[in-house]
Write a protein of this length. Structure first.
Length: 654
């Protein structure tokens, strides 16, 4: 069993402080597993797995008052009257990190925290795993006027303070702590977290700050590093209604980052999991840089980085370029699955600006995985042979639509014209022992002028549980009563390939919403045995213009439910939430698949810095609040423009 990783996400600020290792390798688990194929059996399996996971993270009596381990973060924890001790092995070196609460007060007047033994608290933390009988107990230091508590979860060790009475005196509320560790630390510019490092890089993260009062009003909060051993958490509680409530939060930092080191290369314009291209048991990553130059202007490039026990290798194992001016190779990238069933996952790359007799006809390539990484030459390359079709502006693995044992691929050409200008077209190509068939087994068109059908395409998983994988196609500029409201369409797989007519469609019913600008299979978020679908609507308005939205539709035996079971918005004008959406796999290994959403123009201190969100699955669909958010902290970075899969054209362009 494996943990899944999500690209471009780190946590938002929460006053519940979280401590986590920088590294989050696969969590080793029991090798055996019982396979249950019915929907009710899938639910049973998810609950059983969750209870096992809960037990793995539970604190137990030990040499200290209580002890525990965190398999996902690879540290162990002791809690006693002296405080909290983490034992971490990173970069082949053992480290320890000790927190002791000094006290709470105002200004320079701090009331010392009495040393007391922790006690087991009630199991009243919102259940991590989606049902109450598997939630994790907290451990508390109850000091009368406030409680300091800890919960051990896959995302890290969570620390929270629930303060019942307002401290006397003037000035801001202060919580002071002492940290003892051989690691070097640095406070970030936002004064919300500290990264602790050894000589080989980051090891541990302490941070995340947010607070609110009994009425739910957010309170300003930040941290300061007073000296090498003293940290103070400040909260502006001047107008707060007590008690101050602290909500648990998860914390992590990126295990890996990479850059192009070239001006205007747009490295990261598209990103995707690559599957396991070299079949070494670690999943890999593919990144596109659509405007990369190396002899030809804006030829584009794509890179594959191998996974390893420590995360992701720092240098790419494979790269390729467009070798043609303006070709924009790497505009879209994706895992192709295992198209030739040789045990190595393969990749697909789109190059929509390619020309070979027709201007901007576009081309797509499949490269096979192998023991050394990825083959240098493509096994398959197809072009549209139509002027300005931009074939390859979206590419994706389609799963196995005809259940023949070979994975298939889907390609979009949103500017294709066949009776209607820029109506768009989608193509599915079947995998086979030799690679990928040269002719599509299925095509579909928008049949409406400027609809841009197939501006985004994705495998949908098996939404109706019939054993054939399905595909979803977005055409964001579709209009049916409202101009550019957008539409998404689901096509079922079958023995012959893909059904000719969609089994399900949905629209925004709001002008310029661009429903279907991003589409993705979501996995099985509620563990009912049917795969689900998520749709991004970056132009969605609901109180804020262009705040954006995302909608989750559950699978069922007939296809997809007609109404979304879950929606989310950015609640910020111009945030463009839903610019990108993707299934995230099961990031917390609780048996429910999760999703990641990008809000590319979100601003929080830096204009259009961008933000990404992870929402956890549960038995009813998705949790209403994100478990994880992250921002770029750089103006106009558009963090979250792509999340875990390919992105397409820039927002708002025709």
């Amino acid at each position: 069993m494996r943990y899944w990783y999500v690209f471009l996400v780190v946590p938002s600020a929460l006053f519940a402080l979280a401590v986590s290792c920088i590294d989050q390798p696969d969590d080793p688990r029991d090798e055996g597993e019982i396979a249950v194929t019915t929907a009710s059996g899938g639910r049973w399996l998810a609950e059983t797995r969750a209870r096992i996971d809960a037990e793995r993270y539970r604190f137990k009596p030990g040499d200290a008052a209580f002890a525990g381990s965190n398999p996902a973060q690879r540290f162990s924890v002791d809690l006693d009257s002296g405080g909290v001790v983490l034992y971490i092995n990173k970069h082949g070196i053992d480290h320890d990190w000790v927190w002791t609460t000094v006290g709470i007060g105002r200004g320079e007047f701090i009331v010392d925290a009495a040393p007391i033994q922790p006690t087991e608290g009630d199991c009243d933390v919102p259940p991590v795993y989606g049902f109450h009988d598997a939630c994790l107990a907290t451990f508390e230091y109850d000091r009368g006027t406030y409680v300091e508590w800890y919960a051990n979860r896959s995302g890290g060790l969570e620390q929270g303070f629930e303060i019942f009475e307002k401290a006397p005196g003037r000035g801001l509320l202060v919580i002071e702590g002492s940290i003892s560790t051989p690691l070097a630390g640095r406070l970030d510019d936002e004064m919300s977290e500290i990264l602790f490092s050894d000589q080989d890089g980051d090891v541990l993260r302490y941070g995340g700050l947010a607070a609110w009062d009994a009425l739910g009003v957010p309170l300003d909060a930040w941290m300061e590093w007073i000296d090498p051993d003293t940290i103070r958490l400040f909260v502006d509680d001047r107008h707060a209604a007590y008690p101050i409530t602290v909500d648990p939060g998860l914390s992590s930092a990126p295990d890996w980052t990479a850059e192009s080191d070239q001006l205007n290369a747009w490295f990261g314009f598209s990103v995707s999991g690559a599957g396991d291209v070299n079949n070494d048991g670690y999943d890999d990553v593919i990144v596109g840089a659509r405007l990369y130059d190396n002899g030809e202007n804006n030829e584009g490039a794509a890179y594959v980085f191998l996974g390893q026990a420590a995360g992701v290798q720092s240098s790419p194992i494979w790269s390729a370029e467009g070798n043609q001016d303006g070709a924009t190779f790497g505009y879209s990238v994706s895992s192709a699955g295992d198209v030739n069933a040789d045990g190595y996952d393969d990749i697909i790359v789109g190059m929509p600006g390619y020309e070979n007799g027709q201007n901007n006809e576009g081309k797509a390539f499949v490269f096979l995985g192998e023991a050394a990484g990825v083959q240098s030459s493509p096994i398959w390359a197809v072009e549209s042979n139509e002027v300005t079709a931009y074939f390859g502006i979206s590419v994706a693995g389609a799963g196995d639509v005809n259940a023949d044992g070979y994975d298939d691929v889907i390609v979009g050409a949103p500017y294709y014209a066949n009776g209607q200008n820029f109506e768009g077209r989608a193509y599915v190509f079947l995998g086979e022992a030799a690679g990928v068939q040269s002719s599509p087994v299925w095509t579909a068109e928008g049949n409406q002028q400027y609809a841009h059908f197939a501006d985004d395409v994705s495998g949908a998983g098996d939404v109706n549980g019939d054993g054939y994988d399905d595909v979803i196609v977005g055409h964001p500029d579709y209009g049916n009563g409202e101009g550019f409201e957008g539409r998404a369409a689901l096509y079922l797989g079958q023995a012959a390939g893909v059904q000719s007519s969609p089994v399900w469609t949905a629209e925004a019913n709001q002008a310029s919403a661009q429903f279907g600008y991003s589409v993705s299979g979501a996995g099985d978020v509620n563990a009912d045995g049917y795969d689900d679908v998520i749709v991004g609507v970056p132009g969605h308005d609901n109180g804020q213009a262009y705040e954006g939205g995302a909608f989750l539709f559950l699978g069922q035996n007939t296809g997809l439910q007609s109404s979304p079971v879950w929606t989310a918005e950015s609640n910020q004008a111009g945030g463009l939430f839903g610019y990108s959406v993707s299934g995230a796999g099961d990031v917390d290994a609780d048996g429910y698949d999760d999703v990641v959403v990008g809000s590319s123009d979100y601003s929080n201190g830096q204009n259009e810095e961008g933000r990404a969100y992870v929402f956890l699955g549960q038995n009813t669909g998705l949790q209403s609040s994100p478990v994880w958010t992250a921002e770029s902290d750089q103006a106009s970075a558009h963090f979250g423009r792509s999340v875990s899969r390919s992105r397409r054209r820039q927002w708002g362009r025709p």
